[in-house]
Design a protein around this ligand. Structure first.
Ligand SMILES: O=c1ccn([C@@H]2O[C@H](COP(=O)(O)O)[C@@H](O)[C@H]2O)c(=O)[nH]1
Length: 278
């Protein structure tokens, strides 16, 4: 079976290094002339799938915006995931799950087991109950060709107080997460299946990302203020592994499918210009 890392590497080569988020904020629904209800959610999501599903390497639905409508919102999420997979995008569900190990096993079944209605190619996970508590997700991902992106250095300013705290060995919490995830990718070629989330907003983080061996998801571009050029400073020699991620910057161009495609092509060109110099 092809691993997630192999599939992602191919998708980025064929479609370009870009992840676009589906984040149906109430303000975006209004801007698109849609009601702030399940119908609006479904039409918003279907429009993004139609515009981008057959051309963007990775699409990242943000689970929170579906969950806020309860079970009917989750049904739209399930259908959106199916549509995206049929269109050929890899689906990264941004759900940031984490818990004690026995509960993480249930999250692994929910998102990384092909028999689940919420099965996706990869998920985001939170390591703050210990990276080891996520073991079931790593095992399930390995068994089924999936991926896990673990939060390391998040794009929001509040993250630093926790992520940059130092332990007895002098390493930051984030560097420990980075080192533990790097271990999971040892020997994986051309790219490991275990990624990290590192915000594009952070400037030079002072962290070593060169030995991760897996993808580096970079949110924070566009609406949060970071530019493609900032990726150079944040990632330095680790740039070739970066998967830039935009949500509102692209979605704001909707609801016209052609305008959404043009916005995605524009940010992809910006990112390519930076990544090709790596
Ligand atoms: O550190 C992180 C981790 C995740 N995110 C998520 O990415 C998108 C960003 O949306 P924009 O509209 O491009 O700002 C959103 O779903 C966040 O929950 C992040 O921003 N930072």
């Amino acid at each position: 079976m092809e691993s997630f890392g192999e599939r992602l590497h191919r998708a980025m080569a064929e479609r370009g290094p870009l992840c676009v988020g589906i984040d149906p904020h109430p303000g975006l629904l209004a801007r698109w002339g849609l009601p702030d209800d399940v119908e609006g959610l479904a039409r918003f999501s279907a429009t993004v799938v139609e515009a981008l599903g057959d051309r963007i390497a990775v699409v990242k639905p943000q689970s929170a915006f579906f969950e806020r409508f309860g079970s009917r919102g989750v049904a739209v999420l399930e259908s959106t995931i199916r549509q995206l997979r049929a269109a050929g995008s890899l689906v990264l569900l941004d759900v940031k799950r984490g818990d004690i190990g026995s509960t993480v096993a249930a999250y692994a079944s929910a998102y990384l087991d092909p028999s689940s209605p919420l099965y996706v190619d990869a998920v985001t996970a939170s390591p703050y109950l210990g990276v080891g508590s996520l073991a079931s997700m790593f095992e399930s991902a390995t068994a089924h060709g999936g991926g896990v992106f673990v939060l390391a250095l998040t794009s929001n300013p509040e993250g630093a107080a926790v992520q940059r705290a130092r332990g007895a060995d002098g390493r930051t919490v984030a560097q420990r997460v980075i080192d533990e995830i790097s271990q999971l990718n040892v020997g994986a070629q051309p790219l490991g299946s275990f990624g990290l989330v590192v915000g594009a907003t952070l400037g030079d983080t002072g962290h070593d990302l060169t030995r991760v061996g897996g993808p580096l998801l970079a949110p924070g571009l566009g609406a949060q203020g970071a530019t493609a050029a900032d990726l150079r400073t944040v990632f330095g020699p680790a740039l070739p592994a970066v998967l830039p991620s935009y949500s509102r910057e692209v979605l704001g161009a909707g609801p016209d499918a052609g305008a959404l495609r043009a916005a995605a092509e524009r940010v992809l060109a910006d990112c390519r210009a930076v990544l090709r110099t790596a």
